[in-house]
Design a protein around this ligand. Structure first.
Ligand code: DAU
Length: 328
């Protein structure tokens, strides 16, 4: 199959590209190479073009494909609070451009989305695929907008498209603005770990290999117009994650610093995952081992993340997001 992977130089996208190349597929990557896209995430010799999913001419340079998996997105909640416009452009307009292409060429499309579209969920409840969308942040609102375009395109134009909604994903090569690589690399450098609010927020943690396996399954066996939740049902508080990081690295727990909370911060995500499991998927990586081996990867691969943390983009973002928080 000739497969277009958009956003394929990002964290989850690049793991998916490697997986599909190993499966013998003919993969072409389209990536805008914003701050989070990294050619170093891709294997040498991978077919990769620069382009914006929100620009039809950029997408057309790829030529005919059998299938598209769309990872291209602005994904960081904190950045969406600082400036939401790019999120609408990439996450909504980009999804629409790819849908038009899929409709016109009958290509199969998998749109990679997030559990954040459901908003936070009360204790005792796990989000079902047909639950109402109640996004809390500009990021999750943009992802919900993209999801709704997909569902409308299936109904109105007969697009062969499915949606995956994954939970908090961790693993190697994640840009160090997200909590696990940020806290791990800060701890390795002896810097503070800025834990928002009381640190009791709950996320459902999923290893990137398990997430990619689910997306591949939906690509091959999912049905048009269907949404598939993807989560490992590993719910843990942020404070527990922070403690695991300092314990595993043997650094001073006093590095964990409670700071002013994220605006609109969702308290808990939880996914009901019967549908993807009934397609034959189940997670292979267990939380404690998966998190510890990921921490080890950042410890052993400084050459991957040090240039990122030294970059102007990262340093400016870090100052905007944390300087005042860490000063008080
Ligand atoms: O649930 C899926 C989503 O998971 C994806 O759609 C998003 O793209 C991905 O970024 C992630 O969203 P979160 O907002 O949950 O991820 P983040 O790593 O930013 O934060 C995880 C938790 O840790 C969250 O409750 C906020 C908290 N946190 C985060 C940062 C960056 C802190 O306490 N301090 C921090 O400095």
């Amino acid at each position: 199959m000739r497969l277009l992977v958009t956003g394929g130089a990002g964290f989850i996208g690049s793991h998916f590209v490697k997986r599909m190349l190993a499966a013998g597929e003919d993969v072409v990557v389209l990536d805008k190479f914003t701050y989070a896209g990294n050619p170093g995430n891709l294997p040498k010799g991978a077919d990769c073009r620069r382009g914006d999913v929100a620009v039809r001419e950029d997408v057309d340079q790829i030529g005919p494909v059998d299938a598209i998996v769309n990872f291209a997105a602005e994904t960081h909640v904190d950045r969406s609070i600082l400036g939401p416009e790019e999120f609408v452009r990439t996450d909504v307009l980009g999804a629409l451009v790819l849908l038009r292409l899929a409709e016109e060429t009958s290509a199969r499309l998998v749109h990679v989305s997030t559990d954040e579209v459901y908003g936070d969920v009360e204790p005792g409840w796990s989000s079902r695929e047909d639950d109402p969308l109640r996004p809390s942040s500009p990021y999750s609102a943009s992802k919900a907008g993209g999801d709704l375009q997909v569902l409308a395109a299936v109904r109105t134009f007969g697009a062969n498209a499915s949606i995956t909604r994954g939970s908090n994903t961790y693993g190697p090569n994640q840009y160090p603005e997200k909590v696990l690589p940020l806290f791990t690399t800060n701890a390795l450098d002896g810097d503070l770990l800025p834990l928002y609010g009381d640190g009791r927020q709950i996320r459902d943690w999923l290893h990137v290999d398990d997430h990619c396996a689910a997306i591949e399954l939906v690509l091959r066996r999912g049905e048009a117009g269907e949404v598939y939740n993807v989560g490992a049902n590993e719910e843990h508080e942020n404070a527990e994650l922070a403690r695991l990081i300092v314990d595993h690295l043997g650094v001073d727990p006093a590095l964990i610093r409670h700071v002013e909370d994220r605006a609109g911060h969702d308290r808990r995500y939880s996914l009901e995952t019967t549908k993807i499991r009934s397609l034959g998927w189940s997670p292979r990586r267990e939380w404690d081992e998966g998190i510890r081996s990921t921490i080890d990867w950042y410890r052993d691969n400084r050459e991957w993340w040090e240039p990122i943390k030294r970059s102007t983009n990262f340093r400016e973002y870090y100052a905007k997001q944390y300087a005042a928080r860490l000063a008080t």
